[in-house]
Design a protein around this ligand. Structure first.
Ligand code: NAP
Length: 553
């Protein structure tokens, strides 16, 4: 066997996972498809890419030294700085030597007789391991529209995820942005005043509110450092894993004036407060949601000068907050500029990409650059891209054809020794990712330690446990207005066959971080109830698990 553990993906989760394994002296490696570490923050180099989480709640919490030495320079830090941070972490803890880059895993097959996983790598190698840990990212498979003529365009075009590493000259250029999700909204706000001409092609508008970013001074950073324990304790207490706590007053218990006073305050506050410090009924009660949505619509009308454009920017098919809320900087003001036009492609659909631009049902447009901000094959897409086969050759793709089913979002029945610290239906899928990721990685690592200590060499979620968890996840959707929205939270993506319409996929756990953590801790405390272990007896001696090996060796 080549490794005791192979981790797939060197993003925020993979970096922390290998840190934990390296500390334990486990023979492990990380295989990363990209040219370097960083995951989301390695790939998404589009202008305007930045955290929507407060930077200091996004960073790792595991090392006091790291917390003490890193200065977040902005409340919502930008992509270059975020990538620098992840590189700093990897270098500080000597993690790079465990990582293999440009290393795409094509398949992972479980060999039942040998109780090991066999991974085929695109470079022709086959690697074996006892445990495979999938830290693939929730939004790591970008999806392009399926439009005629896309290859014929003679200018430059790319998905935001594949924004080139070298600078892209936009000054004076005619630029198209297709898509107005969290990504499109960041790009548009950032480039509107830098390009010659910008045409935004919007199919459905998204509710969005100001990010209210600002610099963090040395004095403020010193204060944050002194409060880190308190900050992380707050994140652990809140449903979303942020500092933002919901307003516990009942929506209908307070007067309309009090509601407006709260909303006026939240609109001017930084970050997700407008979404997560709000009344809880916003997420569950149609009427409460409609009243708040109308408040935000009014804000949009105040900010966008042309009333026709303003109305086009107001969503009609879903209420505020039932999809992931994009945070914006100068987004609505962009439409007040003479060089920016909004095209509603629900009225005049794009018919084709041409050699010189694109054609809608109404007219032809000429562009130098076309930016596809058209989203991701979310949550399960990265799993579907690997041919994963478990017991009896069952493929994960088929098992999850109608949506994922998991135990705690971390294990899958029929796929022994495959762990997902931040998988579908786990706590991190709907919360401040790194907070959830640390929880997941710690839990998975403790499970492995438990197995090594007890001489177990096989762990598999029982069918009953997986069924219970998945039903629990499904039940929680029933309470949420989110179930009615067409977004990646419910598995919708018009560009992925089978994901275009209708069937909800139960991708995320909606019970909130505290309940999730309590549940998984309880499972561990009860001797990993719901998991069947194989190979009992004596503890596996450290030298059998293997000393730390270097990827390069
Ligand atoms: P998204 O939310 O799925 O938005 C994709 C956009 O492209 C939508 O406006 C969609 O329109 C449009 N679109 C897709 N296919 C199209 C087609 N064939 N023709 C025309 N329009 C099309 O994707 P995203 O904006 O990349 O955001 C995904 C997630 O990434 C976010 O929800 C967030 O969780 C994460 N993200 C995070 C940050 C951050 O933390 N700072 C920043 C960016 C993204 P429809 O709505 O009509 O489908």
């Amino acid at each position: 066997m080549d490794y005791e553990v192979i981790v797939i993906g060197a993003g925020v989760a993979g970096i922390y996972q290998i840190k934990r394994l390296a500390d334990l002296g486990i023979n492990a490696t990380v295989l990363e498809a990209g040219g370097d570490l960083g995951g989301t923050w390695y790939w998404n180099r589009y202008p305007g890419a930045r955290f929507d989480s407060e930077s200091y709640t996004y960073g790792y919490s595991f090392s006091r030294e790291l917390l003490d030495e890193w200065h977040w320079k902005e409340k919502f830090s930008g992509q270059p700085e975020n990538l620098r941070y992840l590189n700093h972490v990897a270098d500080k803890f000597g993690l790079r030597r465990f990582m293999q880059f440009n290393c795409r895993v094509d398949s992972a097959h479980y060999d039942e007789a040998a109780n090991l996983w066999r991974l085929r790598i695109a470079d022709g190698r086959t690697l074996t391991c006892r445990f495979v840990i999938m830290t693939l990212g929730l939004l790591s498979i970008p999806t392009l529209p399926r439009l005629e003529g896309m290859d014929s365009f003679r200018g430059r075009s790319f998905h935001t995820f594949h924004w080139p590493h070298e600078p892209v000259e936009l000054a004076g250029k005619k630029v198209a942005v297709i898509g107005t999700g969290a990504t499109g909204i960041q790009v548009i706000g950032e480039i509107a005043d830098k390009v010659g001409e910008l045409v935004v092609f919007q199919r459905r508008p998204n509710w969005s509110a100001p990010l209210n970013n600002s610099a963090i001074s040395h004095a403020e950073m010193a204060d944050i450092r002194a409060r880190y324990d308190e900050i992380f304790a707050t994140c652990a207490r809140t449903p979303g894993g942020f500092e933002h706590e919901p307003d516990r007053r009942g929506f209908y218990e307070v007067s309309r004036e009090e509601r407006l006073a709260l909303w006026d305050r939240l609109y001017d506050e930084p970050g997700f407060g407008i979404w997560l410090r709000n009344f809880r009924e916003i997420f569950t009660d149609e009427e409460a949601n409609a009243e708040f949505s109308e408040y935000i619509a009014e804000r949009i009308r105040r900010r966008v000068k042309d009333p026709v454009t303003a109305e086009k920017l107001i969503p009609r098919d879903h209420g505020f907050g039932v999809q992931r809320v994009p945070m914006e900087t100068n987004y609505f003001e962009a439409y007040n500029r003479d060089n920016v036009t909004l095209v509603d492609i629900s009225e005049t659909p794009i018919e084709a990409i041409t050699e010189t631009g694109l054609r809608t049902s109404q007219r032809d447009y000429e562009f130098d650059v076309i930016v596809y901000a058209t989203g991701f094959d979310a949550i399960t897409g990265a799993f579907d891209h690997i041919d994963i086969r478990g017991v009896g050759g069952e493929t994960l793709r088929e098992k999850w054809a109608d949506g994922p089913s998991t135990f705690l979002g971390m294990l899958i029945h029929g796929f022994p020794n495959l762990l997902m610290p931040a998988g579908p239906q786990s706590g991190s899928a709907s919360t401040n990712y790194p907070r959830g990721i640390e929880t997941g990685v710690n839990w998975c690592t403790r499970l492995l330690e438990h197995m090594w200590a007890h001489g177990h060499d096989r762990a598999e979620a029982t069918e009953a446990a997986e069924k219970r968890w998945t039903e629990h996840v499904v039940r929680m959707y029933a309470m949420m207005l989110m179930r009615k929205a067409k977004s990646w939270f419910t598995g919708y993506n018009s560009n992925v066959p089978g994901h275009e319409q209708g069937r909800i996929r139960y991708f995320v756990y909606n019970g909130g971080a505290p309940k999730y953590v309590a549940t998984i801790n309880d499972v561990a405390a009860k001797g990993y109830e719901g998991i069947e272990f194989g190979g009992a007896g004596q503890a596996t001696p450290r030298d059998l698990v293997g000393g730390v090996s270097r990827a390069a060796e």
